[in-house]
Design a protein around this ligand. Structure first.
Ligand SMILES: Nc1ncnc2c1ncn2[C@@H]1O[C@H](COP(=O)(O)OP(=O)(O)OP(=O)(O)O)[C@@H](O)[C@H]1O
Length: 387
């Protein structure tokens, strides 16, 4: 639905050049919610402005719903008619809502309909229909100043849907909202995505947004896409930086003479009692040092950090066994090993605050036991619960 090819944007002023986008190629499939995450300055806003050609890229192409926007004339607010028409099919919502304070809620939603040339009655009918869709039918006559932040964003969403877009771009739409309102606005976006088949690309610096609503995600750093893919696939990719940021597993690592292993249970593996099977079949005392359950992309996922007695070489067979069971197995950096799962230190956004049933601190006991404190789950619990 959205494809960019080698998209580059260089801002030039008299004395310096900033490469905000450096060869960005990404593909958003029809009907998916796609999150772009990255630190401040990574190039996210530039990317989203280039997607609807509010900003003209220096080179590369942007294709939305089969139309190569970069081939259409004009830029910014001086876009020519074909580009304006193509843009009308791309809705956009903003962090600070961008509502007109002098217009009522209904008047704000009618604005794009006026620009599209609809008559007064048709505008009124459509605006009320859209307000109903976002749950604000009773606020049609209110002014933006009389609304909460979440209600303002709902008006922004209704306005963005006025041109019956196939694509909705969201520029940090929940960053100004409290956590509960964020959840409700993300819930609305997910409902619209399902009901209308709307493709949504959102940029955010909040990992929780990606975790809550996105089917796929891309990590941006220094104008480039560092990693991207379906969230479920990323979680199954050893060493994925996004997976590590999305769902960190806690617990100490690298004790001398022991091998630390991070396991991810998802899909078909979620219900298998793999750890106790490992303990039984290989006669190993498995220590669980951290475990967590969380919902990522609408699916429950379990992660567990275990320790095996002995060095990596002593545990090659056990690790092979875990891989054969279909688990994602990662070896964080530890004594005598470079580490397979730990993400490189630079470029990624800071880790999100712990959420969901994230757990683990200190040694939590031997296999099968629930750990002390917090909400640590034992081997069978984590496996069974992550269905
Ligand atoms: N109009 C501009 N002129 C010059 N440089 C710009 C312009 N807009 C953005 N930049 C630069 O491009 C780089 C990417 O900025 P951008 O706003 O796209 O990042 P971002 O990931 O959206 O950051 P934030 O989350 O803080 O908004 C930054 O170095 C920024 O200073």
């Amino acid at each position: 639905m959205i494809t960019t090819t080698d998209l580059t944007k260089v801002y030039r002023s008299r004395d310096r050049e900033v490469t905000a986008l450096d060869g960005v190629s990404l593909h958003v499939r029809p009907g998916e919610v796609f999150g772009v995450i990255g630190r401040s300055g990574a190039g996210k806003s530039t990317l989203i402005r280039c997607l609807n050609l509010l900003e003209r890229p220096t080179s590369g192409t942007v294709t939305v719903d089969g139309v190569d926007l970069t081939a259409l004339g004009g830029r910014g607010h001086r876009a020519r008619r074909p580009l304006r028409q193509a843009r009308a099919r791309i809705g956009m919502i903003f962090q600070h809502f961008n509502l007109l304070s002098s217009r009522t809620v209904k008047g704000n939603v009618e604005l794009p309909l006026e620009i599209l040339g609809l008559g007064r009655r048709e505008r009124s009918r459509k605006a009320l229909e859209l307000l109903d869709l976002v749950g604000l039918a009773d606020k049609a006559k209110a002014y933006p100043a009389q609304l909460s932040g979440g209600q303002k964003q709902r008006v922004g969403i209704a306005r963005a849907l006025a041109g019956d877009p196939k694509v909705l771009l969201s520029d940090e739409a929940t960053s100004a909202l409290d956590p509960e309102t964020t959840r409700s606005v993300l819930g609305l976006l997910r409902d619209l995505n399902r009901q209308l088949g709307l493709t949504i690309l959102l940029i955010t610096h909040e990992m929780d947004v990606v975790k809550t609503v996105c089917d796929s995600a891309a990590l941006m750093a220094e104008g480039r896409i560092v990693e991207s893919g379906a969230v479920s696939e990323l979680l199954a990719t050893p060493g994925s930086r996004l997976a590590h940021e999305l769902f960190p597993v806690g617990g100490p690592q690298g004790a001398a003479g022991r091998t630390t292993v991070d396991l991810t249970f998802h899909g078909a593996t979620a219900g298998d009692p793999v750890v106790s099977r490992l303990a039984r079949t290989h006669g190993i005392d498995v220590s669980i040092v951290g475990a967590a359950l969380d919902t990522v992309g609408g699916h429950q996922v379990g992660r567990m950090r275990i320790e095996l007695p002995g060095t990596f070489e002593d545990n090659v067979l056990a690790i092979g066994f875990l891989r054969e069971q279909g688990l994602t197995v990662e070896l964080p950096a530890q004594a005598g090993l470079p580490g397979q799962g730990a993400p490189p230190p630079d470029g990624a956004p800071p880790p999100p605050p712990a959420s969901g049933r994230t757990a683990a601190a200190g040694r939590a006991g031997e296999a099968g036991e629930a750990g002390e404190g917090a909400e640590t789950v034992g081997a069978e619990g984590a496996e069974g619960g992550a269905a």
